[in-house]
Write a protein that binds this ligand. Structure first.
Ligand SMILES: [Zn+2]
Length: 263
């Protein structure tokens, strides 16, 4: 089955992962490519529709970025991707830009693939974003479930925090939301490292940071955690609703409190 190459999947502060932050991808799009790229992004055919709209990660006030994924038979992207290019000057992979420009911004006729598990291939997107230094270094971190959160809370004791965002069992580290978007990385063990504070995700270390001119997609496949917190399953036969639920999670639209809007 030919797979569709994912574009425009973003980090969400409501479900932190190794997906790229678009803020780290501002600038660098060839001005002559902008118009055809925008037209191309808007000309895709609808592949799937999600129940909840995506929201702009730049907090620009646009919180209905559409609910659909569009495709041209080669790539697949959320319909809100054009907004990032148009409003926030976000750059996209050079191969896609060349693809859109070569077609003059027009999507050629193609046979629309059936939405099926395994159709989406996000590895190229992640490789590219990693090489651009846009992915937070969160290898091995997971979103704790309720039970794990409870245990962490007991270990934290009186440490003030607004939310427990992530944990990494191997190092007994947790990432706390300490209010106003600020983060704290704390080790839950006696004699552990001094807690580190970050004003926000923009200060968090990026994964696989290398100078851009030496970065090549092949060379920088990065650490094992590259493909994110929810590795794709290889088996088929997953019911459509599970497939869509997985996609929603990857889009940060998984119905967790606050995940569907920025308020
Ligand atoms: Zn925006």
């Amino acid at each position: 089955m030919p797979r569709l190459e994912v574009l425009g999947w973003w980090f969400s502060p409501f479900a932190p992962s190794t997906l790229p932050r678009p803020q780290a991808l501002v600038g660098g799009l060839d001005p002559a490519a902008r118009e055809p790229v925008l037209r191309y992004l808007r000309a895709g055919a609808v592949l799937v529709t999600f129940p909840e709209p995506s929201f702009c990660r730049f907090d620009c006030g646009v919180d209905d970025m559409g609910t659909r994924d569009l495709t041209d038979g080669t790539y697949v992207w959320p319909e809100g991707l054009a907004h990032y290019v148009e409003r926030h000057a976000v750059r996209l992979p050079e191969a896609f830009v060349a693809h859109a420009v070569a077609r003059g911004g027009e999507v050629a006729k193609f046979r629309r693939p059936k939405a099926a598990f395994g159709l989406y291939d996000r590895a190229p997107w992640l490789r590219w974003a990693l090489a651009q230094g846009a992915c937070p270094d969160l290898d091995g971190f997971e979103i704790p479930d309720d039970e794990v959160q409870e245990r962490i809370r007991a270990d934290l004791g009186p440490v003030p925090h607004a939310a427990i965002l992530l944990c990494r069992g191997s190092t007994r580290e947790v990432v706390l939301d300490i209010g106003d978007g600020a983060l704290e990385l704390r080790q839950l063990r006696a004699g552990g490292r001094v807690p580190q504070r970050f004003a926000g995700w923009q200060e968090w270390p990026v994964a696989g940071a290398v100078p851009r001119d030496v970065a090549s997609p092949q060379a920088k496949t990065g650490p094992a955690g590259l493909v994110g917190l929810r590795p794709e399953r290889k088996k088929g036969g997953v019911p459509m609703d599970a497939f869509l639920a997985g996609l929603r999670k990857q889009h940060g639209l998984d119905g967790e409190p606050g995940s569907g809007s920025k308020e």
